[in-house]
Design a protein around this ligand. Structure first.
Ligand SMILES: N#Cc1c(N)n[nH]c1N1CCCC1
Length: 328
C-alpha cells in the first residue's frame, strides 16, 4: 500500500509547525497532528483532559469509538526539547493515514498537556516518526504507526515534502519521482538513539567557498528551525549586515530589510541549497526579524528542522537505514 496526506503549515506565514490529518477509531474521528521524526509517541488531545487545557483543539473521544480498547495498566509521559510536556493513558485503536490502516495501534490519550500545546489550536497531538526505542509508554513500550504498517507498504520508506507557507505532503510507501529535480542523494543514518541521525559533509554561506566539516545532525520535522554549531551560525550571520545575537531573545535577529545569503549543506558531494528567504523565520517588531538558523547550544547534535526540510524532498528509508535528499 501507499498513502499520501497534506502537510499544512501553521500559522500560515510562519511555518512554525506542519500538521496532517489522521483518522482514529470507528466511526472515524479525524484530528490534525504534528508529524514528528524526532519523537516516537502517537498521542492526542482527548475528552479526558481538563477544559482549562483545551483551546480549540479537536478532542479524541475513546467512548465514541467501537474499536478502542484500553491497554490496561499502561501510561505515558513525554517531555520535548523545548520543555513542552504531555502524559496520559493508552488504548489500542484503528489508525488510518492516507488510506493506510493499522487496526490495533497504541494510541496515547492525553489527560494533561503543558501550556505550549494548550495554546496551539492547530495541533491535536503528535504522530511520532522516530524509531520505536524512543517510545515512552510503560511498562511496555509501543511501536510507532510507521513501524506497524511497514510490512504492508509498497516500499519501506516515507517521504517528506514540506513547503514554505504552502501545503506540502507526507507520502508513505513511495517516492513521487515528479516531486523532485535531479537525483536523490542518500547517506546512512545511525538509529541507535532512536533518531534519524546523519553526518553532513560541510556547509557554505551564500557564494562563499564550501567548508568541508562533519555536521552530526538529526532530521527532525518536529523542530521549526535549523540548529547548528555556534561557529557555523556565526559565519552565516557575519554575512548579514545588522544581524546580532540578541541579548534578550538569546537568538540571532537581523533587520527585516537585510538580503539574506543562502545556506548550503553537503551530503557527500551533493549540495542542498536553502534559499536566503527561507532563513527569515518571522517578524519580531516593525524592523526586526528572527533568524531561521540558530545555535544548537549544548545539544549533542545539530537539528535539521523545517527550515532545511522545506527546501528539499527528504526520503526516510527505514528499509536501508538511510536518508535521502533531493532538490525541488
Ligand atoms: N523541542 C522539541 C521537539 C523536537 N526536537 N522534536 N519535536 C519537538 N516537539 C514536538 C512538539 C513540541 C516540540
Amino acid at each position: 500500500s501507499t498513502g499520501i496526506v497534506a502537510a499544512t503549515p501553521f500559522p500560515a506565514e510562519y511555518d512554525r509547525e506542519y500538521v496532517a490529518p489522521v483518522s482514529l477509531g470507528t466511526p472515524a474521528q479525524e484530528l490534525n497532528l504534528i508529524f514528528d521524526t524526532g519523537s516516537s509517541d502517537l498521542w492526542v488531545f482527548s475528552t479526558s483532559m481538563p477544559a482549562a487545557q483545551v483551546a480549540g483543539q479537536k478532542l479524541y473521544n475513546p467512548s465514541g469509538s467501537s474499536t478502542s480498547a484500553v491497554l490496561w495498566g499502561h501510561t505515558w509521559s513525554i517531555q520535548y526539547g523545548d520543555g513542552s510536556r504531555s502524559s496520559g493513558t493508552v488504548v489500542n485503536e484503528l489508525v488510518t493515514i492516507g488510506g493506510i490502516s493499522y487496526a490495533s495501534q497504541a494510541l496515547e490519550i492525553a489527560n494533561g498537556v503543558s501550556a505550549q500545546f494548550s495554546q496551539d489550536p492547530a495541533s491535536s497531538g503528535l504522530l511520532g516518526l522516530g524509531f520505536s526505542i524512543l517510545n515512552t509508554v510503560i511498562p511496555t513500550s509501543q511501536k510507532t504507526w510507521f513501524d506497524n504498517v511497514l510490512p504492508t507498504l509498497a516500499a519501506p520508506v516515507f517521504t517528506v515534502d514540506l513547503k514554505r507557507a504552502a501545503p506540502g505532503t507526507y507520502t508513505f510507501g513511495a517516492i513521487d519521482a515528479s516531486s523532485y529535480a535531479g537525483k536523490i542523494e542518500y547517506t546512512p543514518i545511525d538509529n541507535s538513539n532512536g533518531f534519524w541521525r546523519l553526518q553532513a559533509s560541510g556547509y557554505q554561506v551564500g557564494t562563499s567557498p564550501f567548508q568541508p566539516t562533519t555536521i552530526d545532525a538529526i532530521a527532525d520535522t518536529g523542530t521549526t528551525l535549523l540548529m547548528l554549531p555556534a561557529a557555523i551560525v556565526k559565519a552565516y550571520y557575519a554575512q548579514v549586515p545588522g544581524s546580532q545575537l540578541h541579548a534578550s531573545y538569546g537568538a540571532y535577529t537581523f533587520p527585516c530589510s537585510a538580503k539574506l545569503p543562502s545556506f548550503t549543506f553537503g551530503i557527500g558531494r551533493y549540495r542542498g541549497v536553502i534559499p536566503g528567504a527561507f532563513v527569515s523565520y518571522g517578524r519580531i517588531d516593525a524592523t526586526t526579524c528572527y533568524g531561521g538558523i540558530q545555535d544548537q547550544g549544548n545539544l549533542p547534535f545539530s537539528i535539521f528542522g523545517d527550515i532545511l526540510m522545506k527546501a528539499q524532498v527528504v526520503v526516510f528509508d527505514a528499509g536501508r537505514t538511510r536518508i535521502g535528499f533531493a532538490a525541488k
